[in-house]
Design a protein around this ligand. Structure first.
Ligand code: SF4
Length: 294
C-alpha cells in the first residue's frame, strides 16, 4: 500500500498559505493510500486554475489539460485504457465555466470517472474575478457592485442529468473529505464531489469560518442516498444569499445521491473492452508507410 508521503513530489506547493487546496490535496493523498491504489492503476487529469498547479505536487501519472478541458481527455483515457481508474480535478471557473458543456455531457454519458471540483466561488489564479458559482450580489474585482447572475448549482445540475454519484465536501474537514473521496473513487460510473474550497486571498465571504458555521453532515442526519427527488430538493437549499445567517442557511455535506449498477459509457463501446495499447501492433512497424511516401 503506497504511503501518503509517496504521493508527494519534491516540489513545494505554491498555493497561498491557508488555501483550501491544501486540505483537498491532503484528503486525496490519504484516500489513494487507504484504498491502496498503486500508481500504475490510475491516472489524474487536471484543468487550469490554482487547483491545476496540483499536477506538480501530486506524484502520480497524469496530465495537465487545457482550461475547462480536463473531462474530454479523461474520457478518452477511460476508453483507450479501461484498465486505468481516472480522476478529474477541475475548478469552478474552469469546469463550470468554459468547461460546462463537457461537464453536462459527461453527466449524460456516465463514464467511469471521479470528478473532483475545487469550488472556491471565484477565479483565484486570475486574481479574483466572479466565477460561475460566485454568490448572487457578491462584489468581486470584475463585479464591483455585485454579481447580477444567479450561481450555477453543480449538485442540482448533476442530479438533473442523472449522475450516479453526487456529493459535496468541505476542504476544512479532511477526514470527512477523505471518506467522501474513497466512496467516489470506488463508485462505478461518474462520481461528482463538489468541494467547498475557500480561497483565502480573493473570496472574503465564503471563508473557512463561514462554512464551519453552516455545514452539517448528511450521514449524521439519516439521509437516504437513494432518493433522487429528495436529493434534488435538498440541492436547492439556498446558501447563496449574502444576508443569510448560519441559523437560516445550513449547508449539507456528504453523499446526496448514489445509484449503483448503471452501465457506464465504456460498457457500450465494444472497442474499449481491452486497452488500446494492447490492440496496437507491438512494436509498431511504420516502414511500409514511410516507403509509400517515397
Ligand atoms: Fe488558493 Fe485563492 Fe491563493 Fe489560488 S488565489 S492559491 S485559490 S488562496
Amino acid at each position: 500500500m503506497p504511503a501518503v508521503k509517496e504521493f508527494v513530489t519534491p516540489l513545494k506547493p505554491t498555493w497561498c498559505p491557508g488555501c483550501g487546496n491544501f486540505g483537498m490535496w491532503e484528503a486525496l493523498k490519504r484516500a489513494l493510500s487507504e484504498l491502496a491504489w498503486e500508481k500504475n492503476e490510475f491516472s489524474v487529469v487536471w484543468g487550469i486554475g490554482c487547483h491545476g498547479n496540483g499536477a506538480d505536487f501530486l506524484d502520480v501519472q497524469g496530465m495537465h489539460a487545457l482550461h475547462g478541458r480536463a473531462i474530454p481527455p479523461a474520457t478518452a483515457l477511460r476508453l483507450t485504457r479501461p484498465d486505468l481508474k481516472v480522476v478529474v480535478e477541475m475548478g469552478d471557473g474552469d469546469g463550470y465555466g468554459i468547461g460546462l458543456g463537457h461537464f453536462v455531457h459527461a453527466l449524460r454519458r456516465n463514464p467511469d470517472l471521479t470528478i473532483i471540483a475545487h469550488d472556491n466561488q471565484i477565479y483565484g489564479l486570475t486574481t479574483g474575478q466572479a466565477s460561475p458559482t460566485t454568490d448572487h450580489l457578491m462584489p468581486t474585482v470584475s463585479t464591483p457592485t455585485g454579481v447580477l447572475e444567479q450561481p450555477i448549482n453543480p449538485i442540482g445540475l448533476a442530479l438533473a442529468e442523472d449522475a450516479t454519484f453526487v456529493a459535496r465536501g468541505f476542504a476544512g474537514d479532511i477526514p470527512h473529505l477523505t471518506e467522501l473521496y474513497k466512496q467516489a473513487l470506488v463508485h462505478k460510473g461518474l462520481a461528482l464531489v463538489d468541494v467547498m474550497q475557500p480561497c483565502v486571498t480573493w473570496n472574503h465571504l465564503n471563508t473557512f469560518q463561514w462554512f464551519r458555521e453552516r455545514v452539517y453532515k448528511l450521514e449524521e442526519s439519516g439521509w437516504d442516498t437513494s432518493d433522487r427527488s429528495a436529493a434534488f430538493d435538498l440541492s436547492m437549499t439556498a446558501f447563496h444569499d449574502l444576508t443569510c445567517t448560519p441559523e437560516e442557511c445550513k449547508i449539507p455535506i456528504g453523499v446526496f445521491y448514489q445509484r449503483e449498477g448503471v452501465p457506464t459509457y465504456e460498457d457500450g463501446v465494444p472497442a474499449s473492452a481491452e486497452p488500446g495499447y494492447l490492440r496496437a501492433e507491438q512494436p509498431r512497424d511504420v516502414s511500409a508507410i514511410l516507403a509509400s511516401l517515397g
